[in-house]
Write a protein that binds this ligand. Structure first.
Ligand code: ADP
Length: 232
């Protein structure tokens, strides 16, 4: 089999557990990850022209434009190093609108890459509960829950051991409500479209369960069967 990446797109509300599963999958399998949210926040942290342009939009919980995120995704996909064998490219937070899905579809068809969509479902009440305890690393952006896995606000990141765990500036009540409203009006219609069009490439996962249970279910799925395990 020619070495290549299988693209997995993680869909779902904020705090539906996408980031956690991505972290677990990368501990087990060869692969790379890309998050549009993290890439945008990195631009903000570095004070780039793009970062200055999107800062207010993100802190208000609104979505940035389709062209911006498509450019970020394309750039990440085109800078992937050739994998050793079959590997995963795990994409978090993209696509989020019908416009982004249309742009992505043309790109995937042009490149002929194999891909799937994983949709994590959770109720708003659980999102609010999870976000109130969410911490993220200010270096590698890995997500944690306060009080679990040695994670505490101001503590060192258990994953990269360099960054500090902080609350996100857009994890405040007003921005969270706005993100959920954007999700309902822009992302949900896109998910319905993907479910109808992609059928055998679309998987729905109940994100309300614990991370370990979800992970065990995920790795039993067919797309993971022929993947290379990480050699540590
Ligand atoms: P969450 O999923 O927890 O809301 P992310 O870290 O994925 O947060 O994204 C943070 C913010 O970055 C979003 O609220 C939005 O403003 C912006 N963003 C990320 N991905 C996209 C996207 N695909 N389209 C538009 N805006 C995006």
């Amino acid at each position: 089999m020619t070495p290549s990446y299988r693209y997995l797109f993680f869909l779902g509300k904020p705090a539906s557990g996408k980031g956690t599963q991505i972290r677990l999958l990368l501990e087990r399998f060869e692969g790379r990850t890309f998050s549009t949210g993290d890439a945008l926040k990195d631009h903000i942290a570095r004070g780039t022209p793009l970062g200055k342009k999107v800062k207010e939009v993100i802190n208000a919980g609104k979505l940035v434009s389709d062209d911006i995120v498509m450019d970020l995704f394309r750039d990440a996909a085109e800078h992937l190093q050739t994998p050793v064998g079959q590997a995963l490219f795990l994409v978090d937070g993209f696509p989020r609108t019908i416009g982004q899905y249309e742009l992505l579809k043309s790109y995937l068809a042009e490149k002929g890459v194999s891909h799937l969509f994983l949709y994590f479902t959770v109720e708003d009440t659980l999102v609010l509960r999870r976000l109130s305890g969410r911490l993220v690393c200010n270096g590698c952006f890995a997500p944690f829950t306060a009080g679990r896995d040695n994670a505490e606000e101001g503590g060192t990141c258990p994953q990269c051991r360099k960054g500090v765990l902080v609350r996100r500036s857009d994890d405040n009540e007003t921005a969270i409500q706005k993100r959920l409203a954007e999700y309902r009006s822009l992302t949900e219609p896109m998910i319905e479209r993907i479910a109808a069009e992609e059928q055998e490439r679309f998987f729905e996962i109940d994100g309300a369960r614990t991370a370990g249970v979800i992970f065990e279910e995920l790795i039993q799925m067919k797309p993971f069967a022929d993947l290379q395990k990480r050699r540590n």
